[in-house]
Design a protein around this ligand. Structure first.
Ligand SMILES: N[C@@H](CCC(=O)N[C@@H](CS)C(=O)NCC(=O)O)C(=O)O
Length: 201
């Protein structure tokens, strides 16, 4: 059994659940972190006091994108290109996603956690500008290739796919990105994407 530890209102947990579904694994998930708190047993597996963590038999791993790479390597090779250079170009979007998460974080917290009249408009505007600037790069990429993973959907589409859902639905001012939108519409059809749409509050 493949076990996922982490509350489902977390971007990083959603990514892992989506990848697990894509890999066709039999899985279970336990709520932990955030409003659910932590147990000593969990902290023994992951001392960072963060989610997610997975257990695959007696193998334990934390760091969401490392988990995605592990899932593809161990269980779903079709989600990674066999060509090293194609794979490296795909892989970089997984690291890039953490920069995007940083750019979006403050605006996200304002929009999701703070009542409308009390929001710090400067933080929202700063996040809107920073994320639009990054999305312009994704837009240019997706104008000339169908997936971030290359010519086929793969594991590298999952991290930015998850964050793009938030970006498109958060209500921030944003640039027009027709190619990102077209890619997102295809992602919505993937098995496992439904977990991405679970509210983050
Ligand atoms: N780089 C880590 C970041 C993990 C992380 O920041 N997780 C957040 C949720 S998205 C968290 O655990 N926050 C504290 C909590 O939920 O208790 C990863 O990708 O796994």
């Amino acid at each position: 059994m493949f076990t996922i530890w982490g509350r489902l209102n977390s971007h990083n947990v959603k990514k892992v659940v989506w990848a697990t579904v894509e890999a066709g694994l039999e899985w279970e998930r336990h709520d932990i972190g955030g409003q659910f708190g932590y147990t000593p047993e969990y902290l023994a597996m992951n001392p960072n006091r963060l989610v997610p963590t997975i257990q695959d038999g007696d193998f334990t791993l934390w760091e969401s994108n490392a988990i995605l790479r592990y899932i593809a390597d161990q269980h779903a090779r079709h989600l990674w290109s066999g060509d090293t250079q194609t794979r490296a170009k795909a892989d970089r979007w997984m690291d890039w996603q953490f920069q995007f998460a940083d750019a979006q974080r403050e605006a996200f917290l304002q929009m999701v956690r703070v009542p409308e009249g009390e929001r710090d408009k400067a933080k929202v505007e700063k996040g809107a500008q920073a994320t639009s600037a990054m999305m312009a790069i994704l837009e240019e990429t997706l104008a000339s290739q169908e997936w971030l993973s290359g010519k086929d959907f793969g594991i590298a589409d999952i991290p930015m796919g998850t964050y793009t859902h938030t970006w498109l639905t958060l209500g921030l001012d944003r640039i027009e990105t027709p190619h990102v939108r077209a890619w997102y519409e295809k992602l919505k059809l993937r098995p496992g994407f439904k977990y991405v749409t679970i509210p983050l509050t």
